[in-house]
Write a protein that binds this ligand. Structure first.
Ligand code: AMP
Ligand code: MG
Length: 401
C-alpha cells in the first residue's frame, strides 16, 4: 500500500503532456495556455489621458484660476501631434495621446470655456503628471505577461487580445473513456429491476473529467464479465488517452477489473492506496493509454477521481495547477482518521460571519451515500491516525465547481 502523496507522484511521473493546438481566442476560454505571452508593444503605447479635460502645463495653472489659449484637440484615435507651449491648452479625451509639452490633464469638470471655445479657464491647480498614464507604465514591449500552463479565464482575455493573440496555442483536451462495471447496473433511462440500481458513476466521472478539461466518451455498461470488460477496454484504448473504470477492484468473486487490465497487457503502477475512501484504487497503463480503476462506491469515485485522475488530465494539457486547490479551514466538530490511512472527509466549507472559513464534515452513511455527498464542496484531509478537534485549523481541498 502506498501513500496518497506517493500515488500522486507515480501518476504524474507516468503522464506525458499531449501536443498543443491553436484556437481562435474566443474558443480558448477555459483551456490551458501552451505558450508564453509576450507584449508586442508598450502599454500604454503612448502617454495616455485618463480623463476628459484639458492637457496643460502644471506650472501654468499653479495659481489657478488661470486662462489658457485652446490651440487644438486630441481625441482617442486622432491625436494632436505638435508641441504645446506655455500659456496653451489642448482639449483632450480619455484614451487620447497627451501632446508634447503638456505634463498634466485637468478634468473637464474643473474647467470652464470662455470666448466660445478658444479660451479655457482652469479653475483649480493640478499636479504635474496628473491623469496621465506614461508610455510603458503598465507593461514594456518584450515583457512576458502570461506563462504557459495558466488556465485561460475571462480575466486573461483582455491581455491576449491586446497583444494580438487572435489565435492562441492551448493544450489539447485529453480524450477520456468511462466505463462502469457491475451486473447490478442499468442505465439512467431505465427503471431498475429486482436487485438492480442505476449507474451514476459514469455520469459523475464524465462531469469531473469535463471540469478538468477532457472530452468524454461513455462506454456501454459492461456488467461483470471479463470478456465483455476486455472488449470495451480494448476499444477505449485505441482511441482514448485515459480510461477510467469504476467498480470491480475489491476482493469479491466478481471484482474482475484488474484481471481484465492485466490480460490486456497493462503495466500496473499501484493497486492499493493508504486512503479512505478509495483504498483499492488501481493505476496503470495499457499501450499509451493511462488506466484508472476506481472503486465502485459513488463517493469513493468522486474522491479518487479528483485525487489521481484529475491531476493526470490537467498535466496532459500542460496545466500548472493540477491538484485541487488547498484551503485552511477551522473544524466545526471532532473527527478521527482511520488508523493506517489518510481520510478525505466530504465537507461543507463556508465562510462565517467573522470572516473565518469553517469545515463542517457531512453527516453521512459512508462512501455509498451520494445523496449526502451532493452538499459537499470540499474534502477535509485527516492524516492517518490523527484526531482533529473542533476549533482547530485543518487542511481542506476544494472540490471542482
Ligand atoms: P464494487 O466496487 O464493484 O464492489 O462496488 C461497490 C458498490 O458501489 C456496490 O454497492 C455497487 O453497487 C456500487 N456501484 C458500483 N458501480 C456503480 C455505479 N456505476 N453507479 C452506482 N453505484 C455503483
Ligand atoms: Mg461491482
Amino acid at each position: 500500500m502506498i501513500s496518497v502523496a506517493e500515488a500522486l507522484e507515480v501518476v504524474l511521473a507516468n503522464t506525458r503532456p499531449l501536443s498543443a493546438e491553436v484556437f481562435p481566442l474566443p474558443d480558448a476560454l477555459g483551456r490551458i495556455l501552451a505558450e508564453d505571452i509576450i507584449a508586442d508593444s508598450d502599454l500604454p503605447p503612448f502617454d495616455r489621458a485618463q480623463m476628459d479635460g484639458y492637457a496643460v502645463r502644471a506650472s501654468d495653472v499653479a495659481n489657478a484660476p488661470a486662462n489658457l489659449r485652446v490651440i487644438g484637440e486630441s481625441a482617442a484615435g486622432a491625436g494632436w501631434h505638435h508641441e504645446m507651449k506655455a500659456g496653451e491648452a489642448v482639449r483632450i479625451m480619455t484614451g487620447a495621446p497627451v501632446p508634447q509639452g503638456a505634463d498634466a490633464v485637468q478634468q473637464v469638470e474643473l474647467t470652464r470655456e470662455v470666448d466660445g471655445a478658444s479660451t479655457v479657464e482652469i479653475l483649480e491647480a493640478v499636479n504635474s503628471g496628473r491623469s496621465i498614464v506614461r508610455r510603458g507604465q503598465e507593461v514594456k514591449a518584450g515583457e512576458t505577461v502570461l506563462r504557459a500552463g495558466e488556465e485561460i479565464n475571462a480575466q486573461l482575455i483582455a491581455t491576449l487580445a491586446s497583444f494580438g493573440y487572435g489565435r492562441v496555442k492551448v493544450g489539447t483536451r485529453p480524450r477520456v473513456a468511462v466505463m462502469a462495471t457491475g451486473s447490478e447496473l442499468v442505465d439512467v433511462r431505465q427503471k431498475p429491476g429486482r436487485d438492480q440500481i442505476r449507474d451514476s458513476n459514469n455520469y459523475t466521472i464524465e462531469a469531473y473529467a469535463r471540469l478538468a478539461g477532457a472530452t468524454v466518451e461513455r462506454l456501454p455498461l459492461a456488467g461483470d464479465n471479463t470478456e465483455l470488460l476486455k472488449k470495451q477496454m480494448a476499444t477505449a484504448i485505441e482511441r482514448c488517452d485515459v480510461l477510467v473504470t469504476s467498480g470491480g477492484v475489491s476482493m469479491g468473486v466478481y471484482d474482475l477489473t484488474k484481471g481484465a487490465f492485466k490480460e490486456l497487457g497493462a503495466e500496473i503502477f499501484f493497486e492499493r492506496v493508504a486512503l479512505k475512501p478509495g483504498k483499492p484504487t488501481v493505476f496503470g497503463r495499457i499501450g499509451s493509454t493511462l488506466v484508472f480503476g476506481l472503486p465502485g462506491n459513488p463517493v469513493s469515485v468522486a474522491v479518487t477521481f479528483n485525487l489521481f485522475a484529475r491531476p493526470a488530465i490537467r498535466a496532459m494539457q500542460g496545466a500548472r495547477e493540477r491538484t485541487l486547490p488547498e484551503e485552511i479551514a477551522v473544524m466545526t466538530r471532532n473527527v478521527k482518521a482511520a488508523k493506517d490511512r489518510d481520510s478525505y472527509l466530504p465537507a461543507v466549507l463556508q465562510t462565517v460571519d467573522n470572516g473565518m472559513l469553517t469545515a463542517e464534515p457531512l453527516k453521512w452513511g459512508g462512501s455509498s451515500d451520494f445523496v449526502a455527498f451532493a452538499r459537499a464542496n470540499g474534502l477535509i484531509v485527516v492524516p492517518a491516525g490523527a484526531s482533529l478537534a473542533a476549533d482547530q485549523p485543518v487542511k481542506c481541498l476544494r472540490l471542482p465547481a
